[in-house]
Design a protein around this ligand. Structure first.
Ligand SMILES: Nc1ncnc2c1ncn2[C@@H]1O[C@H](COP(=O)(O)OP(=O)(O)OP(=O)(O)O)[C@@H](O)[C@H]1O
Ligand SMILES: [Mg+2]
Length: 312
């Protein structure tokens, strides 16, 4: 099976700065791939080469079997690109903006009118369609920008930090919409420095730092590079000293300590799987009234791999 989007050996230098170095990855049909990296990591530079806006110093890009350099028109027709900076005409209405972009894609007038209605409905802005863009919030503008990228029914949607500076309502609309597109078979490249968004939306993640993809995998695979176990906190009623001893004896529990008058903290492997066993182990001694499993996350993996925090 051909990947919807793939790149190999992508590199770009700006003077002394190697903004992107030997970047390669692939995205299957219907797959959501995340590029997670801090400010200045090279995300926008990499994307600009993937969508044909920036000439790479080295490397190649394939979109649905079309080589971007050899056959740019066919390749670009399969891509929907939502840039980091909003690109809309403030004096035009949302509908007029969409009409403008739709014509750039060469959509016939009839079909375009229908697609505009569909896209406005999809981004949840049908009722505001005839308002000027400069009366829109940042989040609403972003949603129209995403709509513009969908007009020509691309195979892969490329989003560059789509929720930066966006109100919570629009953020939710964007994330829900993106998940729906992927569920319907769209391939997705999602870049962000928000770990929780990438964790939610993407099945596979590439961690990018100083222009290089330094690790790649599912959330689980990346987090397993930490080699650390889950933390579990139990709140209990009963004899906590005896309960602590019992819990410590459970296979998979590497540590159990009392925390305050009503809690026990544990370090366990595969915490959520072990919960029933933990609860059973204290039966007759204490009653578990609350449970919290604190799993290691991508932020922890990123920290481990780069020695840096994701956010400044
Ligand atoms: N046009 C340019 N000229 C010179 N240097 C550039 C240019 N564009 C980007 N850079 C540099 O290349 C590196 C990568 O920048 P890029 O914008 O790709 O990062 P990013 O991961 O998108 O960051 P952000 O999260 O801030 O958007 C940075 O060091 C940046 O300063
Ligand atoms: Mg950027």
């Amino acid at each position: 099976m051909t990947a919807t989007l793939s790149c190999t050996g992508l590199s770009k230098r700006y003077g002394d700065i190697l903004a992107v170095q030997d970047v390669g990855f692939f995205i299957e049909k219907g797959e959501a791939y995340g590029l997670l990296g801090p400010n200045g990591a090279g995300k926008t530079t990499a994307i600009s080469m993937l969508v044909g806006l920036l000439q790479p110093d080295a490397g190649s890009v394939q979109v649905c079997g079309h080589d971007l350099a050899a056959d740019p028109i066919a390749a670009k027709a399969k891509i929907g690109y939502v840039p980091q900076e909003i690109a809309l005409y403030p004096d035009l209405t949302a509908r007029e903006n969409l009409r403008f972009f739709g014509r750039l894609y060469g959509l016939p007038r009839r079909e375009l009118a229908k697609r505009i209605d569909e896209v406005l409905d999809f981004v949840g802005l049908s009722d505001r369609a005839d308002g000027k863009i400069d009366t829109y919030s940042g989040g609403m503008k972003r949603r129209i920008n995403i709509g513009a990228a969908l007009l020509h029914r691309p195979q892969v949607l490329i989003l560059d930090e789509p929720t930066v500076g966006v109100d919570p309502q629009s953020r939710k609309a964007i994330l829900d919409g993106v998940e729906q597109l992927v569920a319907d078979g769209m391939s997705l490249l999602y870049t962000s420095h928000y770990m929780e968004e990438v964790e939610r939306v993407c099945k596979r993640v590439g961690i990018i730092d100083h222009g290089r993809v330094i690790a790649e995998g599912t959330r689980k695979e990346l987090v397993s590079t930490l080699g650390s176990a889950d933390r579990v906190e139990l709140v209990l009623d009963g004899d906590l000293d005896v309960a602590t001893e019992k819990l410590r004896a459970v296979q998979g529990v590497t540590e159990a300590v009392r925390a305050g008058t009503s809690s026990i903290r544990l370090i366990v492997n595969e915490g959520s799987h072990l919960l029933p066993t933990l609860i059973a182990a204290v039966q007759g001694i204490a009653v578990v009234t609350a449970v919290e499993v604190i799993e290691p996350d991508l932020e922890a993996a990123f920290l481990h791999l780069t020695g840096n925090k994701l956010r400044d």
